[in-house]
Design a protein around this ligand. Structure first.
Ligand SMILES: Nc1ncnc2c1ncn2[C@@H]1O[C@H](COP(=O)(O)OP(=O)(O)OP(=O)(O)O)[C@@H](O)[C@H]1O
Length: 256
C-alpha cells in the first residue's frame, strides 16, 4: 500500500477514515493490523481486497495496481460467509467451478485441501450442521482453494469463544505454515496478533495511520505460552499502551 488515503462522503459530512498509509508485505509473510475501533482496519483490508477504491495512493499486488476483487486474493470475514445451500465440499469447490476447473479436478483438489485441514469427515455436511469454529475453518479452506497470493482475514475469530479461538489460531498457523500464503490479518486482540504474526502494525485513531510496525521476536512453531514470555509480554504491553492511548484519544474526540 502506497500513501493510501480514504475519505467517505463529501463536504461537511466527509469522514477521513485512513490517511497516508504505507505498508508492504513480503511474499509468505504474516502481518497483523491492530488498532482502536473505527480506525480504518477493515477499510484498509477492503482496499487490498479490491472492494474499496482509495481516495489517495494505490495498492499493488506483485507490482500491479489493484482495481477490483480477484481470485488472487482470498477474503474471510468475521461473519460466516459460506453458502448455506452448499455442502462443505460444495463451498470449497465453488471458486474452482467459477474458475472453470473440470469436475474431476475440482473434486480432487477439494478432497486434498479438506484432508490437509482435517475436514474430510465433514465434506458432506451443510454449514448449519457445523460449529462456528468449524465454519470459519471451512471459510479459510474455501479461500485457500483458489490458491490466492494473499489471504485477507478480517477478525475471522471475533465471534468465537475464547477456547475455540485459541484452537483456531493454532490451526490457522498450522495451515499457514504448510501453504505459506501471505496473510494480512485484522484483529482487535493484541495477543492474537502477537501469537500469529511476523509483524504487528498498530494504527492510530481515525484518520488511521500506521503508528508502529513491530517485528514479533518469537520463534516458530509457536505456542500460546510464548505471548507470556518476557519477549512476548513486552511486545503485547507496548502494543496495548499504544492502542489504549489511541482509543482514549478517539473517545475524547467523540465527547468533544
Ligand atoms: N462506506 C462507508 N461510508 C462512510 N463511512 C464509512 C464507510 N465504511 C467505513 N466508514 C467509516 O470509516 C471509519 C473506519 O471504519 P473501519 O470499519 O475500517 O474501522 P475498523 O478499524 O475496522 O473498526 P472496527 O475495529 O470497529 O471494526 C469508521 O469511522 C467508519 O464509520
Amino acid at each position: 500500500m502506497e500513501q493510501i488515503g480514504i475519505r467517505f462522503g463529501a463536504g461537511a459530512k466527509a469522514v477521513d477514515a485512513v490517511r497516508g498509509v504505507d505498508l508492504s508485505l513480503a511474499a509468505g509473510e504474516f502481518v497483523s493490523i491492530v488498532g482502536p475501533s473505527g480506525c480504518g482496519k477493515s477499510t484498509l483490508l477492503n482496499v487490498v481486497a479490491g472492494f474499496t477504491r482509495p481516495t489517495e495512493g494505490r495498492a499493488l499486488l506483485d507490482g500491479e495496481a489493484i482495481t477490483g476483487p480477484g481470485p488472487d486474493r482470498g477474503v474471510v470475514f468475521q461473519q460466516y460467509s459460506l453458502f448455506p445451500w452448499l455442502t462443505v465440499r460444495g463451498n470449497v469447490e465453488y471458486g474452482l467451478r467459477v474458475r472453470g476447473l473440470p469436475r474431476a479436478e475440482r473434486a480432487a483438489m477439494a478432497y486434498d485441501l479438506l484432508a490437509r485441514c482435517g475436514l474430510s469427515a465433514f465434506a458432506s455436511h451443510h454449514p448449519e450442521q457445523l460449529s462456528g469454529g468449524m465454519r470459519q475453518r471451512v471459510g479459510i479452506v474455501r479461500a485457500l482453494a483458489n490458491e490466492p497470493r494473499v489471504l485477507l482475514l478480517d477478525e475471522p475469530f471475533g465471534a468465537l469463544d475464547a477456547q475455540t479461538r485459541e484452537v483456531m489460531q493454532a490451526l490457522l498457523l498450522d495451515i499457514w505454515q504448510r501453504f505459506r500464503t501471505t496473510v494480512l490479518f485484522i484483529t482487535h486482540d493484541i495477543e492474537e496478533a502477537v501469537f500469529l504474526s511476523d509483524r504487528v502494525c498498530a494504527m492510530s485513531a481515525r484518520p488511521g495511520r500506521i503508528l508502529a510496525d513491530l517485528p514479533v521476536p518469537l520463534p516458530r512453531p509457536r505456542d500460546h505460552g510464548m505471548t507470556r514470555t518476557s519477549d512476548g509480554a513486552r511486545l503485547v504491553g507496548e502494543l496495548r499502551s499504544l492502542i489504549r492511548a489511541q482509543s482514549l484519544a478517539a473517545f475524547d474526540s467523540t465527547l468533544a
